[in-house]
Design a protein around this ligand. Structure first.
Ligand SMILES: Nc1ccn([C@@H]2O[C@H](COP(=O)(O)OP(=O)(O)OP(=O)(O)O)[C@@H](O)[C@H]2O)c(=O)n1
Ligand SMILES: O=P(O)(O)OC[C@@H](O)[C@@H](O)[C@@H](O)CO
Length: 451
């Protein structure tokens, strides 16, 4: 996790991006009547096993400063594996086919940065609008933008903190359907700590019975009419001090939200430790599997089979394939980790072919891909300096690949007739491979490690 990212200006200069922002006055909430009253459109989106037959849009409040992290960079723009947190959250929504549009609400000074992020990571269905001085004001600006004529007004609006990157389609579907039926719906989680009330002198006044209460999380869903009415009627005090949209729906629209228990992954990145936790989860998600490309060589298949067993113990799944052609080309679009085994061939042509295929598949926009070249050399007596690999060649290839967000590492392994020694080598290969895939460290790119 890095928060010493290039400044917004730097990012903009790198990408020569400027942005035509939406004209919203960030500190004055929408006035009554500003929200359009056109009828919500109908649209038929078929989900596998379920259908959403009304328009759904999303508002991601991302206009905060993240003071509680103690960092200069607002937490939504802190990067993991070269990508800002907000991009992970956007991705969680843009991959849902029945969501028609996403409005990200950011502070005025971050509008150009946000536009740069949308362009760099090729996000679709996304536009940025200026936020407000409080979370409610930002959300209100986002809801207002949904009806400003650029697109068909949605039936349901999903509101989700931009700093909650781990949200799944199943919960979004439940929230959207409940909101459409009830007018409002929200995700909840069991309380971890008991809630107590304090006296003005700082003593215990009383304690709440924890079993009767829940933590209000995100996502939340509202019919467009309910959330518009709530923001049209709520008070300045609500805008300034409120933290709960469900409360506004009840207080100002008489709409009692349906509460849906969500998974533990719903937590909000609030403190610096949460950023480290988020990075760990992202890395873990990318490291669960890999595919080994053997080129059809018998020795490579033998090694791959032994490696498959060894990494299984390290909680990683390996698929063994001869190449990335025909039906195996699908791995280019679903796998994040590739191990290419070359037998007795110190030239890098086989791994170069893998890199070319990966670049053509354009997968490395969202996450760094890992390619590990395993050089399986001949018998015991063969010295590394004999037909080994020139370290400079893999470093050159890796340096070029890194610019395309592909992390190339090399591992040398010597075949041996000594069964115990071979087993130790394969175990070392499994441990090194697993660590390289899990850590995705740019520092080790181009290194030629010894198993
Ligand atoms: N004026 C604001 C304040 C907050 N938010 C957003 O609301 C979400 C949840 O708020 P919170 O976790 O409190 O974020 P911050 O206000 O940035 O955090 P802090 O209170 O530590 O400054 C975040 O995505 C944040 O960017 C917003 O859009 N506009
Ligand atoms: O209070 P914060 O601004 O840190 O975060 C907002 C949270 O209150 C909010 O996301 C949920 O409680 C659901 O409303």
């Amino acid at each position: 996790m890095t928060c010493r990212d290039p400044s917004p200006t730097q990012l903009m200069e790198d990408n020569h991006i400027n942005m035509q922002s939406h004209s919203c006055d960030p500190d004055r909430p929408a006035h009554p009547g500003i929200f359009p009253t056109r009828e919500a459109g109908k649209s038929n989106h078929q989900l596998a096993g379920s259908s959403v037959d009304f328009l759904v849009s999303v508002v991601l409040p991302a206009g905060g400063t993240g003071e509680r992290t103690g960092l200069q960079t607002p937490k939504q723009f802190c990067s993991f594996l070269g990508r800002p947190l907000i991009s992970y959250t956007i991705q969680a929504f843009e991959r849902v086919s029945w969501i028609q549009s996403i409005v990200v609400v950011v502070a005025k000074e971050n509008m150009d940065l946000m536009t740069d992020i949308v362009q760099r990571f090729q996000h679709k269905k996304v536009r940025a609008v200026p936020g407000g001085s409080t979370r409610h004001r930002s959300i209100c600006n986002g809801v207002r933008a949904l009806g400003d004529g650029e697109e068909e007004r949605p039936k349901v609006v999903i509101i989700h903190d931009a700093v909650r990157p781990f949200v799944d389609e199943d919960l979004l579907y439940k929230i959207a359907m409940a909101a459409e039926e009830q007018g409002a719906a929200g995700a909840i989680r069991p309380l971890v700590s008991t809630v107590i009330a304090t006296t003005s002198e700082g003593y215990l006044d009383h304690s709440l019975e924890r079993a009767k209460y829940r933590a209000s999380e995100m996502p939340q869903g509202f019919t467009y009419d309910v959330i518009c009415q709530a923001y049209q009627k709520c008070s300045e005090s609500d805008f300034e001090f409120g933290t709960e949209c469900l409360h506004l729906a009840l207080q100002y629209c008489g709409t009692n939200a349906k509460l849906i228990q969500g998974p533990p992954t719903l937590w909000k990145v609030t403190y610096k430790r949460d950023l480290a936790a988020a990075e760990s989860i992202i890395k873990e998600t990318l490291s669960r599997s890999a595919c080994v490309i053997t080129g059809g060589s018998e020795q490579a298949v033998t090694l791959a089979d032994a490696l498959q067993k060894a990494v299984g113990a390290l909680d990683m799944k390996l698929d063994v394939i001869p190449d990335l052609m025909g039906e195996n080309a699908g791995y280019l679009l679903k796998e994040w980790n590739f191990i290419q085994v070359s037998v007795n061939r110190s030239c890098l042509s086989e791994v170069e072919a893998v890199l070319t295929d990966l670049q053509a598949a354009n997968r490395a926009v969202l996450h760094p891909l890992v390619v590990i070249w395993v050089h399986l050399s001949g018998s015991d007596e063969l010295s590394v300096s004999g037909r080994g690999v020139e370290p400079a060649t893999i470093m050159d290839l890796a340096s070029a690949a890194k610019f395309r967000n592909i992390l190339l590492y090399g591992i040398q392994l010597r075949q041996t007739k000594d069964a115990e020694r071979w087993e130790r080598s394969v175990l070392r290969l499994a441990e090194i491979t697993s660590a390289l895939i899990r850590e995705r460290s740019p520092a080790l790119v181009g290194q030629l490690l010894q198993a």
